[in-house]
Design a protein around this ligand. Sequence first.
Ligand SMILES: [Zn+2]
Ligand SMILES: [Zn+2]
Length: 190
Amino acid sequence: MDLPFACDCGKLRGTLLGVSPTNGTRAECYCHDCRAAELYAGQPDPAPGGVQVYQSVPDRVRFDLGEDQLAAFSLSEKGLLQWQASCCGALLFKTARTPKLPFVSFRTDRLEDDNPLGPIVARAFVRKPNGKRGHEGGLKFMFGFAVRALSRRMTGLWKQTPFFHADGTPVRDIHIVPENDRKKFYPARS
Ligand SMILES: [Zn+2]
Ligand SMILES: [Zn+2]
C-alpha cells in the first residue's frame, strides 16, 4: 500500500511506497534519544509515552511536495540523522549516517491513516516494574532490520534513497546539536 504522509503544517508531503505490516516493523521507542530529538525539535514531550515509529527502508520513501523544507540534525557526531520539516519542526525520519545501512525509522504520527501498518509489535527501552529498561518484541525488530538491510545490499536497492547523494553524502547539511544544548534534553545522570 502507498500511504501519504505530511509534516504538521502540510508544506512537506510524501508517500511511503508499498508498505505493509509484513515488510516493516511497527514499534514504539521509549529511549532517551528519541525523546531528546522530539524536545530539541520543539515537539510535544512524548514522555512517559513512547515515540511511534515504523521501521522500513529508504527506497520506500518518496517526497512529493515541499522537499526544500527538509532539514537534518544529529544529537551527536556519530548519532543517527534526524530528518525534519523546517517549516513546523515536525520530525519525520531517522536514518543511519550512510546509505550503506539502509533503514529508516518513520514517525507514524505523520500519516493520515496508520491502520494499514497493523498493530505495534515491538517496544524498545520500556521501563519495567523493577525500574530497569528492556525490550518487548526486540527480536522481531532486529531480525526485520537485518533481513531488509541485507536484501537491499544484495539487490543494490540501497542506492535508491531520497536522503543521500550518489556519493554517499547526505542531501542536507547536518546540524550537530552542540553538547551544551544537547544536555538540556536528557535526564540528569544519577
Ligand atoms: Zn528510541
Ligand atoms: Zn511543516
